[in-house]
Ligand binder design. Structure first.
Ligand code: CAA
Length: 371
């Protein structure tokens, strides 16, 4: 497919050079993200009238897999902008909000961030401590958000906050906050195990005045907005996990045909062959789940269960396959030059963000019981 080819070429010319150094130095891929925007990778599914690519979710899965094979830091930036920011705004934003923000976010002129997690509200997302006090024409926003992807590079933040604690999750709102708004402070950059090129920060809001017209949906719709948006986001992260796995597998396969031990290429040893067979089978199954979730979304079916299944399964595959890829590389796998140790570190976050694996099991089982 053309999109897969375009993504592949982009990875080889723009992402692969310097990916090891960006990981070591925790360097945000600024130029590469700019190029991703120009190539249409940052608003792939958005209607072209807002500057998006007008593509389907299947194309999105193919592109994210390809990009994640080489640089999972770049792909999380892409996934958050596409699925958590652009998709949510396009589906639930007002015409004015789309005109003002989506037209710049979709072509990647600016990027966005999705701010749900807090120091004391990760998996337990209804326990929002950030307060958006209703002041008539505006909300007064106070609180702290943690582990925000694109935290320092975003120009627009979708912030989930509690307005009426008595109403619990039905008192939560989603607000569009601009970087320049007074009272917003970007906190420290996290020093992470993996996806070290992406910038993950805490954010502090002190008496930030957010105009009412920046609320997404009706009063109290914020939690539903977050949940619905995350259902789509999980397809992006599942595809990222798939790409991390297939990138590590391709490197391990190639290495096994070059490296000799006991007089033959190691691919001729059954111990390696069985590892490759397991890796390839797991990857294929993960790919089919990602594509199934994407197809259900494209056909406007309920895809919450399948996207959670895809993320749960693909993230485990990413862990399993990257560990085996390091093992196949032996001592070379443990050093940076061969890429697989980075992919192994990158894999872990796919079991944590956009809902841990344990949360995916909650989502899946609730859907099963509902049926
Ligand atoms: N899709 C649609 N609606 C959902 C939903 C889903 N997957 N999950 C819950 N809801 C709805 C429920 O139907 C319920 O609606 P009603 O008002 O109609 O009853 C409402 O949300 C509240 O749900 P629950 O009563 O089930 O609430 P809960 O507290 O028992 O559990 C949860 C909710 C599913 C555990 C939720 O808190 C959750 O998903 N937690 C994980 C949060 C998460 O994924 N965080 C990721 C952070 S973002 C990130 O990582 C981005 C990044 O930078 C990469």
């Amino acid at each position: 497919m053309a999109v897969k080819k375009a993504a592949y070429e982009f990875t080889q010319t723009e992402l692969l050079p310097g990916v090891i150094e960006r990981d070591i130095n925790q360097e945000f891929p600024k130029q590469q993200v700019k190029k991703m925007g120009e190539l249409g990778f940052l608003g792939m599914m958005v209607d072209p009238k807002y500057g998006g690519g007008g593509m389907d979710t299947v194309s999105y899965v193919l592109a994210i897999e390809e990009i994640s094979k080489v640089d999972a830091s770049a792909s999380v930036i892409m996934s958050v902008n596409n699925s958590l920011v652009c998709s949510g705004l396009e589906k639930y934003g007002t015409d004015e909000q789309k005109e003002k923000y989506l037209t710049r976010l979709a072509p990647g002129k600016i990027i966005g961030a999705f701010c749900l997690s807090e120091p004391e509200a990760g998996s337990d997302a209804t326990s929002q401590r950030t307060i958006a006090e209703d002041k008539g024409d505006y909300y007064l926003l106070n609180g702290t958000k943690n582990w925000i992807t694109n935290g320092n590079s975003a120009s627009v933040y979708l912030v989930i906050a509690q307005t009426d604690p008595k109403k619990k999750h039905l008192g939560i709102n989603a607000l569009i906050v601009e970087r320049e708004m007074a009272g917003l402070e970007v906190g420290k950059k996290e020093d992470k195990l993996g996806i070290r090129g992406s910038d993950t920060h805490s954010l502090m809001f002190t008496d930030v005045k957010v105009p009412k017209e920046n609320r997404i949906g009706e009063d109290g719709f914020g939690f539903k907005f977050a949940m619905d948006t995350l259902n789509g986001g999980r397809i992006g992260i599942a595809s990222q996990a798939l790409g991390i796995a297939s990138g590590a597998y391709e490197r391990a396969l190639a290495y096994s045909k070059e490296r000799k031990a006991f007089g033959v290429e190691i691919s001729k040893h059954q111990a390696i062959q069985f590892k490759l067979a397991d890796m390839a089978t797991e990857i294929e199954a993960a790919r089919l789940l990602c594509l199934r979730a994407a197809t259900e979304k494209d056909h406007k079916k309920d895809f919450a269960k399948t996207s959670a299944m895809a993320k749960l399964f693909a993230s485990q595959v990413a862990m399993d396959v990257t560990i085996e890829a390091v093992q196949i590389h032996g001592g070379y796998g443990y050093v940076k030059e061969y890429h697989v140790e980075r992919l192994m570190r990158d894999a872990k976050i796919t079991q944590i963000y956009e809902g841990t694996s344990e949360i995916q099991k909650i989502v899946i089982s609730r859907e099963l019981i509902k049926l």
